[in-house]
Design a protein around this ligand. Structure first.
Ligand code: ATP
Length: 512
């Protein structure tokens, strides 16, 4: 999916060949600076960035007058031979583009028009120069598309991380970390930029005794990485608490997940054996019946980090920002892989894809990015998507090749309700469980969801405590059942329709 040429191999070649605009797509400004320095080949490098304005590249000292806008800088550089034998680096450009509506006549905003003018001068060989845009947001205005070449500078892979660790230890004058720890650290550092890795190493070293890194450092690095991912604001790292044994019923789904877990536990061997790396699963169906619980349990079962993608936070305000956030999330998940990527409330994110209208345009592009990724993915980022209402989902998503399987979660049957009661009573009132007539509870809770049952258990325990009882009895729970309304009472018709729909589409039932 990210089939752009790499900066490492191509930047210098393209500069030498006189390409007018190069667009380095990256989260790593510091690393990009290094490659730009190497590629300049004796040309002077100048820079414009959002915080300082027009500055010298190495020192970041502003030219006079300081704080010049990008537009004013480009006006200046466009004149005569001003830019000859120079490399102009532009950062933070994503805030400079304007939308078509804002741009006015001809739909061309000032920055685009000036860049276009400069690019033509380079093309016609009036000047020998290159414009290098460095940005984490990939957005190229249409008039510049043919003049721009995109290069990708990815996050460090495990091998590069290993070298960063070695070099940092050497620079601090410390002994190299042992092989095992180095390997573990390389895995934990995945998904972070070079600068972030160096900062965390520095922190781990100052936190250690005598500067020697031990497994204690791993914990620190992991916690800090959680912070970094959290701050990026799109993916949330969920602590692994619930396991497969916390799910009552859904035996078919659990068995399926257990099989995939075996593949995930040793992706390398599985790949060598010819096993296709599992892409993911869509779990749809009745609210409160264990969809989210299954997503969480998958993380623990696979023994990998669990990342939740917050679709709401994906939507940005700059041009191209929402898609860029989606790419960022995908890239992070791939870098952190093996991992489970939980996409919650899928229908909320992609509802309205086919409805047309202004908002739908962004959603449709977001959806396209997600779909292509699912289709082509061969990394060990396993997607667990959960949805309540699949009628809201675009049909393309349910075609073969996207998810390995689509499961339908229905209201729990008798056997499942028994298990759910046992799980929740076992968690809170283990001592009373043998005295409670679970059969009776099961027979009185037809049409209750897992969440309803959990609610009944919780409330009856609270009632028993408040009235001063020393134990929880069957009667306490039955009283509670009789005073609540089950999900199927409240949503009788929609649930019936939902069940029919899933049966018609022949989705796999999560329960036996
Ligand atoms: P929603 O679509 O409303 O998010 P959901 O299907 O994702 O619903 P969960 O969040 O998994 O529902 O369930 C809510 C709570 O109900 C869980 O935290 C769990 O305590 C309880 N629960 C639901 N189903 C089960 C189950 N099969 N076994 C045990 N507990 C369950």
């Amino acid at each position: 999916m990210y089939a752009f040429p790499s900066v490492e191999k191509n930047l210098k070649r393209y500069v030498d060949a006189g390409f007018p605009i190069l667009y380095i797509h990256t989260f790593e400004e510091v690393k990009a600076d290094r490659y730009i320095s190497d590629a300049a080949g004796g040309k002077e490098i100048i820079e414009w960035n959002g915080s300082e304005g027009f500055v010298r590249f190495q020192s970041k000292q502003p030219f006079n007058p300081p704080g010049r806008s990008l537009e004013a800088t480009l006006e200046l550089l466009k004149k005569g031979k001003e830019l000859d034998r120079k490399l102009l680096v532009i950062k933070d450009i994503e805030r400079q583009w304007t939308t078509k509506e804002e741009a006015g006549q001809g739909g061309l905003d000032k920055v685009t028009a000036l860049l276009k003018g400069i690019a033509y001068k380079i093309r016609k060989e009036e000047i020998d120069a290159t414009v290098v845009i460095v940005s984490s947001v990939l957005h190229i205005p249409e008039p510049l598309e043919k003049l721009t070449t995109v290069l990708e500078l990815g996050l460090p892979d495990e091998e590069e991380i290993g070298s960063i660790i070695d070099l940092s230890m050497k620079n601090y004058g410390l002994p190299a970390v042992n092989e095992r720890l180095r390997e573990e650290m390389s895995t934990v550092f995945k998904g972070l930029s070079e600068a972030e890795i160096e900062d965390l190493l520095h922190l781990a070293i100052s936190d250690s005794d005598d500067g020697e890194l031990t497994s204690k450092a791993l914990r620190l690095i992991f916690d800090q990485k959680r912070q970094i991912i959290l701050k990026a604001g799109i993916l949330e790292m969920i602590p692994l608490k619930e396991g497969i044994d916390d799910i009552g019923g859904l035996e078919v789904l659990k068995g399926w997940l257990q099989k995939k877990a075996k593949v995930f536990k040793d992706v390398k061997a599985a790949k060598e054996f010819g096993v296709a790396i599992p892409k993911g699963v869509l779990i749809a169906g009745v609210p409160g019946c264990g969809k989210s619980l299954s997503a969480k349990a998958a993380g623990k079962l696979f023994d990998v980090p669990l990342l939740r993608l917050d679709m709401g936070r994906l939507m940005g305000k700059y041009l191209g920002e929402s898609e860029e956030n989606m790419r960022k999330a995908i890239r992070l998940a791939e870098a952190i892989s093996p991992c489970v990527l939980w996409v919650d409330e899928l229908e909320k994110a992609f509802a309205g894809v086919s409805s047309g209208g202004k908002g739908a345009e962004v959603t449709t592009r977001l959806f396209g990015t997600f779909l292509t990724w699912m289709q082509e993915k061969d990394s060990a980022a396993f997607v667990v998507a959960t949805a309540n209402d699949i009628t809201q989902l675009p049909p393309e998503l349910m075609r073969k090749g996207r998810f390995d399987e689509i499961f339908y979660v229905a209201l729990p049957n008798e056997e499942e309700r028994r298990k759910i009661f046992e799980i929740h009573l076992g968690k809170r009132r283990k001592a009373d469980i043998d005295k409670i007539d679970i059969d009776k509870l099961v027979s009185q809770t037809e049409g209750y969801s897992g969440a309803d049952i959990e609610g009944v258990v919780g409330e009856s325990i609270e009632n028993a405590f408040v009235k001063g009882s020393s134990e929880l009895t069957t009667k306490d729970i039955l009283d509670c059942i009789h005073s609540t309304h089950s999900l199927s009472e409240i949503m009788k018709e929609p649930l019936k329709e939902m069940a029919k729909l899933y049966e018609d589409r022949k989705f796999k039932k999560a329960s036996r």
